[in-house]
Design a binder for this molecule. Structure first.
Ligand code: IMP
Ligand code: MG
Length: 181
């Protein structure tokens, strides 16, 4: 690896694998939401790339909104505190919502967001995550759509960051230890 890819130990999921998997996920969403117009709710910042590609791959009409949820600060261990912010005018009442997340780790972020949306009167709430680290789950949550399961390693790229960096890679890679220790 040269230049900007130097911090990557190995590529876990290639650009082509991502594209193919997103096409499959989009087909599932098309089938499950036929005749409906769901609202994709992209959890910022990590899921912006995934949400953008997923939205273009589905054929049914979908809306997009964004929610900001942060649980990590600048480290690599989940703190358990989740801050949620939405834009002005965001109204989930009566909507079929698909939460679009970059990665489910402890599950705290998604369970907090789901709880919040149901309190706001959402009609249905399903979870769609690009990556899942099932070995790290603390809160029991039901994920309807999963792109890829990953091992318990810190991964970056395709929107996922470490300390606000490395989101720009078109693939998912494992960060070299010397870059976060
Ligand atoms: P949870 O609330 O513990 O499930 O935390 C999920 C959030 O932690 C994700 O939305 C990511 O922002 C972040 N996160 C967890 N694991 C990783 C990783 O391996 N790389 C980058 N971000 C991660
Ligand atoms: Mg996130």
């Amino acid at each position: 690896m040269d230049n900007i890819n130097r911090p990557i130990e190995k590529v876990l999921i290639s650009e082509e694998q991502i594209k193919n998997r997103i096409d499959e996920m989009a087909k599932e969403i098309d089938r499950d939401y036929k005749g409906k117009e769901p609202l994709m709710l992209s959890v910022l910042s990590g899921s912006f790339m995934f949400a953008s590609d997923l939205m273009r791959a589905v054929s049914i009409p979908v809306g997009i909104s964004f929610i900001f949820a942060a649980s990590y600060g600048s480290g690599t261990v989940s703190s358990g505190n989740v801050d949620i912010h939405t834009g002005k005018g965001f109204d989930p009442e009566g909507r079929d919502i698909i939460i679009v997340e970059d990665i489910v780790d402890s599950g705290r972020t998604l369970s907090k967001i789901k709880e919040y949306l149901l309190e706001c009167g959402a009609k249905s709430v399903e979870l769609c995550t690009f990556l899942d680290k099932p070995s790290r789950r603390v809160v029991d949550i039901d994920v309807k759509y999963t792109g890829f399961e990953v091992p318990d390693e810190f991964v970056v790229g395709y929107g996922l960051d470490f300390n606000y960096k490395y989101r720009q890679y078109p693939f998912v890679g494992v960060l070299k230890k010397e870059y976060y220790e």
